[in-house]
Design a protein around this ligand. Structure first.
Ligand SMILES: *Cc1c(COP(=O)(O)O)cnc(C)c1O
Length: 388
């Protein structure tokens, strides 16, 4: 058969019914102890399953599926998206090394760098997400990792990953990408020069707001390094969670298409509202990141931000507290719509965030788009009433 298209891979990846009595989905193995038949076998540790922490056929199925979707060599699973980021960084950095970290990174990833990595003597330097090939100027002999996240958390700057990867690889530097926004479907990390691609599986791969998990997929060259540290620090995941993610993946493409469509429609609607100063969504043609997004991505998810005009806290509360369909909470990537106030000024050091209006980050879920618009319309009416 010719190389399978993505929507086919979503259905087939990580499944082997013939090996499981014809049953469509892989079995859920609950395991700590795995028995060996002989002392010979104990000594050789040659059997495919050796200990629960090291994985079972259930986890192997999800690892294979994500590796195939990302287009990488192999995938390791971690207990959360954040621990995928921290495990990857620990695997490739040591005392005295220099890390170039994007200034618009997910805030808890930044916190890890500023606390644990700094404590272990890693030199952490933040860079402008729009730096592109200019990153060359920041590279030092001791630079070991360039970490990217595109678009940036909260503010959605699109990074020129191919230009960054080219500069990095000239100096033998490992390029890591937090690819959660695009998911493995809408940005192909390894075709754009990334060595280590990270997913907060918690978000769209799970897709139902009920699992915490992360994944790290690498090139063949980077795999051993990653796997050694992943094993050394004891990362593992629970079988029922893996099962839920395998189930979630099968509808990923269908869900994402709808998140994208509704997300763009709502972003366009918000852009026309007098209460909204600007919309931060790279799929909108006048977004500063649109050109690179169009060149490198094949789609957009349902996550974006808006900057409001300046309003009082009271008006903002009237808007947010009364929303019926948009829940207020962290995380995203489930079937439901969310909104959360964000404060990017506090989250950056290499670049400045001077916007005066409140940033609201929206996740557009799978509800009827007319109902979502009505919910926000009523919210803006409350906001205007509270302000006057
Ligand atoms: C949510 C998120 C993470 C962390 O994932 P958790 O599973 O919540 O730990 C990492 N990166 C990005 C971009 C995220 O949005």
């Amino acid at each position: 058969m010719a190389k399978k298209k993505q929507d086919t891979v979503i259905v087939t990846a990580g499944r082997d019914p013939e090996a499981n009595f014809g049953i469509v989905n892989p079995p859920v193995y609950h395991a700590s102890t795995v028995l060996y038949p002989t002392i010979e076998a104990v000594k050789a540790r040659a059997q495919p399953v050796t200990y629960g922490r090291r994985g079972t056929p259930t986890t192997f199925a999800l690892q294979d599926a994500i590796a195939e979707l990302e287009g990488g060599y192999k995938t390791a699973l971690t207990s959360s998206g954040l621990s995928a980021v921290t495990t990857a960084l620990l695997a490739f950095l040591k005392t005295g090394d220099h890390l170039l970290m994007v200034d618009s990174v997910y805030q808890p990833s930044r916190h890890f760098c500023d606390t644990v990595l700094v404590r272990y003597g890693v030199n952490v330097e933040y860079y402008d997400p729009l730096i592109g090939g200019g990153i060359e100027r920041l590279i030092r002999p001791e630079t070991k990792v360039i970490f990217a996240e595109s678009p940036g958390s909260v503010t959605f700057e699109v990074q020129d990953i191919p230009a960054i990867a080219e500069a990095a690889h000239r100096s033998g530097i490992t390029v890591m990408l937090d690819n959660t926004w695009a998911s493995p479907l809408y940005f192909k990390s390894f075709e754009h020069g990334v060595d280590v691609s990270i997913q907060a599986v918690t978000k769209y791969l799970c897709g139902h707001s009920d699992v915490m998990m992360g994944s790290i997929t690498t090139t063949e060259a980077a795999w051993k390094n990653l796997l050694d540290t992943h094993g050394a620090i004891g990362q593992c995941v629970a079988p029922d969670d893996v099962y839920l993610v395998l189930r979630g993946i099968r509808t990923l493409s269908t869900r994402l298409e709808r998140h994208m469509k509704s997300g763009i429609a709502l972003a366009q609607w918000l852009a026309k509202r007098p209460e909204v100063k600007r919309v931060l969504h790279p799929a909108l043609p006048d977004d500063p990141g649109h050109k690179i997004w169009e060149r490198d991505f094949t789609g957009a998810c349902g996550l974006f931000s808006v900057e409001l005009e300046p309003y009082s806290e009271k008006a903002l509360a009237a808007f947010l507290d009364g929303l019926e369909l948009f829940g207020m909470g962290y995380s995203w990537g489930g079937f439901e719509s969310l909104v959360i106030p964000q404060y990017p000024k506090k989250m950056r050091t290499a670049t400045e965030w001077n916007a005066e209006g409140q940033i609201l980050r929206f996740h557009v879920g799978l509800e009827d788009i007319g109902d979502l618009v009505a919910d926000l319309e009523a919210g803006f009416a409350r906001l205007q009433a509270a302000e006057s």
